[in-house]
Write a protein that binds this ligand. Structure first.
Ligand SMILES: Cc1cc2nc3c(=O)[nH]c(=O)nc-3n(C[C@H](O)[C@H](O)[C@H](O)COP(=O)(O)OP(=O)(O)OC[C@H]3O[C@@H](n4cnc5c(N)ncnc54)[C@H](O)[C@@H]3O)c2cc1C
Length: 156
């Protein structure tokens, strides 16, 4: 490999990369999801399109992004741009917190790059729990709600 120092001032540059966006076929920007260091994943286990409250609050606390399963986008609960997996975004955050996601092979294909995997699921036999570095067995609304409460009280 050769290292070559270019003697060019910023003002001499005709183009500059000021930000990177990744677009899905439907034109939505997924860069927030693909570049987030913390992603909170939500699956069918949230229960309904109104079931994302606790999960979105956790996303906010972590300064991260929401990622969802195909069931969630298929049901129209969230937009396709948020889908993670074989037919969604492939992500590699420092931490992926999968809430109510079973761990189908097509979903796991999108999170192979995650450094730490945390599962929150009622089913201890689910693939996601089996594959996780850490798992909490329980109702995601209760578990994530308790985590949010703890973060809020620690931050004052
Ligand atoms: C060609 C093809 C491409 C696909 N591409 C993708 C893709 O890109 N991304 C993707 O995600 N899927 C994809 N799929 C779909 C995939 O096979 C699964 O159907 C989907 O990932 C399942 O989504 P889920 O985990 O949300 O739902 P489910 O499999 O129904 O799992 C729901 C989970 O929630 C848990 N749960 C239920 N209630 C609670 C609660 N209150 N608290 C905590 N846990 C709870 C359950 O124990 C279960 O583990 C694809 C499928 C095909 C055939």
């Amino acid at each position: 490999m050769l290292n070559y120092e270019l003697d060019i001032a910023n003002d001499d540059l005709r183009t500059q990369v000021i930000r990177t966006e990744v677009h899905t076929a439907d034109g939505n920007d997924t860069s927030g999801l693909t570049q987030a260091r913390a992603v909170v994943g939500a699956g069918r286990g949230v229960g309904s399109e109104n079931g994302f409250g606790e999960v979105l609050e956790l996303v906010d606390h972590l300064g991260g992004a929401l990622g969802v399963s195909r069931v969630v986008t298929g049901l129209g609960w969230r937009p396709h741009a948020e889908q993670v997996g074989q037919t969604g975004s492939r992500i590699s955050p420092d931490v992926y917190i999968a809430c109510g996601i079973s761990g189908a092979i097509q979903h796991m294909a999108g999170i192979e790059g995650a450094k730490t995997l945390i599962a929150i699921n009622t089913d201890e036999e689910s693939t996601m729990v089996q594959r996780a570095d850490y798992a909490i067995i329980g109702d995601l609304h209760e578990v994530v709600g308790a985590v949010n409460e703890e973060i809020r009280s620690r931050r004052g």
